[in-house]
Design a protein around this ligand. Structure first.
Ligand code: GCO
Ligand code: MG
Length: 404
């Protein structure tokens, strides 16, 4: 038996806030897990420190499934982003430890490779359609095979997904309160088809294109948008509507053949149970940190496979390199992988999280190191203390709060 002797939570802000769990064993082997929940980081840190870490001491580090069940069923209060991020961190760290003890990269423990590399999509954006089209060219030159495209909408300030400069896009703003943005569905629906017409004109039919609606439409509005962009053959239209009402997607499905991706905010299999069983979506975007770790995410994707639904995991910069490493081991192993989002982290983030995964020719590769191939430099992390930061709040022009 390999006994857990220590579990500590590291909250740091190298470029942005991250919560990282480190578990140590009596064998001297340690593992890391990501527990970052953008804008609510300290809630997960407390859940771990105050309620989970003390329970881990003395447990067998090799019993991953049993520990998952112990934390999920044992809490009595099931699901929810805070609980599931905390369980995810423990689960991820235990897979890392198991890999190191076995001397194998985690993907080997998951059944081995199903593909040579993990196809990723990058983010292109611009204030205008012309700027966004040029940004697509930049990504194509970097070797990306799939590109998500967002652009500014005339009359809408601070549009989601659009930013200036070469630093990675970061929606969370530093400060004690969220910034506020405004929204107009009418303007958005008129403009987006022009963007994709221009992108297809310049790049032709072969480039894989995606777009993120970021939960802002109603089902019938989303159906209209999906229909309008059918000729531009999007690989997926992401989060067209907020997904609490799973049956709402029936309306979208009835009207359009544009594929739908959903689920970056999902934290359990139950969030997509109906969406998948009724084949109302094509890609599920749940990821390791927010959906209960490798153990639960694999369960979600296995379930998806029964219904022709593929993975399309979230990979924004608020998921730490620990989460990305874990996602890549799963991506490379599962039979129904679809696509992986990739937003490179800031240099300072990569310094704090030394990692073996690498980008080449449009693919990410998890690397061959035992475990996940990622760690946290705790001394360096301590130089970047937590800074309050929130995701924006969105309002209609009359002041009504709208989904951001
Ligand atoms: C994406 C996401 C992000 C989220 C962010 C929230 O598709 O990458 O929508 O941009 O807004 O991860 O924390
Ligand atoms: Mg998204």
């Amino acid at each position: 038996m390999t006994t857990i002797v220590d579990a500590s939570v590291i909250v740091s802000c190298p470029g942005r806030n991250f919560v990282t769990l480190k578990i140590r064993t009596d064998d001297g082997v340690s593992g890391v897990g990501d527990a970052t929940l953008n804008g609510r980081e300290l809630a997960v840190a407390s859940y771990l420190r105050d309620h989970v870490c003390p329970l881990l001491i003395g447990r067998d580090a090799q019993r991953i499934e049993d520990t998952w069940q112990y934390l999920y069923k044992g809490a009595y209060w099931r699901r929810g982003p805070v609980t599931m991020a905390a369980i995810a961190a423990v689960d991820t760290a235990l897979w890392d430890i198991k890999g190191k003890l076995a001397g194998l990269p985690v993907y080997q423990l998951l059944g081995g490779r199903s593909r040579e590399g993990v196809t990723v999509y990058g983010h292109a954006n611009g204030e205008s359609v012309a700027e966004a089209v040029d940004d697509v060219a930049r990504l194509v030159d970097l070797g990306y095979r799939a590109v998500r495209v967002q652009c500014g909408i005339p009359g809408i300030e601070k549009m989601y997904g659009v930013h200036k400069g070469s630093t990675p896009y970061e929606p969370a703003g530093a400060g004690a309160r969220p910034v506020e943005a405004t929204w107009s569905t009418q303007r958005y629906l008129t403009h987006v088809p022009r963007l994709f017409e221009a992108v297809r004109d310049r790049f032709g039919p072969d480039l894989t294109l995606l777009h993120d609606v970021h939960h802002r439409l109603t089902p019938i509005e989303a159906a209209r948008l999906g229909k309008r962009v059918e000729d531009y053959a999007l690989h997926w239209l992401e989060d067209p509507v907020p997904a609490e009402l799973q049956e709402g997607f029936r309306l979208i499905r009835t009207h359009t053949t544009t594929p739908i991706a959903v689920g970056e905010v999902f934290n359990s299999i139950w969030d997509c149970q109906q969406l998948v069983a009724e084949q109302l979506v094509d890609f599920v975007r749940a990821t390791v940190v927010h959906a209960g770790g490798i153990t639960h995410l694999r369960r979600i994707f296995d379930y998806c496979a029964l219904y022709h639904v593929r993975s399309g995991s979230h990979g924004a910069t608020d998921l730490s390199p620990v989460c990305m490493a874990a996602a890549l081991h799963l991506d490379v192993a599962i039979p129904n992988f679809g696509l992986q989002e990739y937003m490179p982290h800031a240099e300072v983030t990569d310094e704090v999280f030394p990692r073996s995964y690498r980008f080449a020719d449009g693919y990410l590769h998890p690397g061959e190191e035992p475990g996940l191939g990622v760690d946290i430099d705790e001394k360096l992390a301590a130089r970047y203390p937590y800074q309050p930061a929130y995701l924006p709040v969105n309002r209609l022009t009359d002041g009504t709060v709208h989904s951001w």
